[in-house]
Ligand binder design. Structure first.
Ligand code: THU
Length: 128
């Protein structure tokens, strides 16, 4: 069966702008209404300004009015598959602790929830 989310993440990985690290990442995020949003990493000559694929996908989704997500697929060429960086875990966690995250490499898949990737997260509850 075709995995639409995986195909979307693979396609957007090809659009990554990663001339410095050469590490291309694609992320596809499925909203609870079935819409799919994608992002790729966008590097910069001022290295610290690099935007990760996951956060790019979240921004695309929120800008389109989606804030509830079921599943995120993150594709890279790392083996074992790369998990989202700490900053991206925090940003994904903002929108639901039970989000399913899949790290995909050309030959393996690893599955987590965002709660597993970022235990004891800082969240909106702390601001109350
Ligand atoms: N990168 C992502 O896009 N997502 C992550 O979660 C980890 C790292 C990107 C940032 C940079 O362009 C490259 O991968 C190497 O760190």
């Amino acid at each position: 069966m075709t995995d639409t989310l995986l195909e979307a993440a693979r396609a957007v990985q090809q659009r990554a702008y990663a001339p410095y690290s050469r590490f291309r990442v694609g992320c596809a995020l499925e909203a609870d209404d079935g819409r799919v949003f994608v992002g790729c990493n966008v590097e910069n000559a001022s290295y610290g300004l690099t935007i990760c694929a996951e956060r790019a996908a979240v921004c695309a989704a929120v800008a389109a009015g989606a804030q509830r997500f079921r599943r995120a697929v993150v594709v890279s060429d790392a083996n074992p598959p790369a998990a989202p960086c700490g900053a991206c875990r925090q940003v994904l966690s903002e929108f639901g602790r039970d989000l399913a995250v899949e790290g995909v490499s050309p030959s393996a898949v690893v599955r987590w929830t965002i709660a597993e990737l970022l235990p004891a997260a800082f969240g909106k509850e702390q601001l109350a």
